[in-house]
Design a protein around this ligand. Structure first.
Ligand code: ZN
Length: 142
């Protein structure tokens, strides 16, 4: 059986290695972030020291796990995971930029498109971003 620590050690990028496992709460649709009580900076993941003012007064702050895909890439070679898989930066509605795994095919993703987090038990962190399906109103028939 793989423990969370063993899984974290196998993550492909430093940025993902600090991402808390199972940081997404599907019941509330939020990621377990932080907010500095001194300068109000929000962050994900929650840090022990504020990156902005170096205060150690960082409180838990659930961040709505919806946003816009800023950038992404697809990995085709990995000693650890089945390929291809994609990772990307999502700018949350709160303004925090989050690096995460993307669920779906590479052709599903495009920059500036809406994304939201889902549980992803197959992925390394237990959650992933996926495109938010937009319902485009059909033109009225003539
Ligand atoms: Zn601060």
């Amino acid at each position: 059986m793989t423990t969370p620590t063993e899984t974290a050690a196998a993550l492909p990028f430093d940025d993902l290695e600090i991402t808390p496992l199972h940081a997404f709460d599907a019941a509330t649709g939020t990621l377990a972030g932080g907010r500095c009580s001194q300068c109000d900076a929000q962050m994900f993941p929650k840090a022990f020291i504020c990156f902005s003012c170096m205060s150690d007064q960082v409180l838990d702050e659930p961040l709505v796990a919806e946003g816009t895909l800023y950038s992404f890439t697809t990995i085709h070679i990995s000693p650890t995971f089945a390929t291809p898989y994609s990772i990307g930066y999502v700018d949350l509605v709160s303004g925090v930029r989050v690096l995460g795994q993307l669920a779906g095919e590479a052709t599903d993703f495009s920059c500036d498109s809406p994304m939201h987090a889902i549980e992803d038990e197959q992925g390394p962190t237990g959650w992933a971003f996926t495109p938010t399906v937009q319902h485009i109103d059909q033109e009225p028939s003539a």
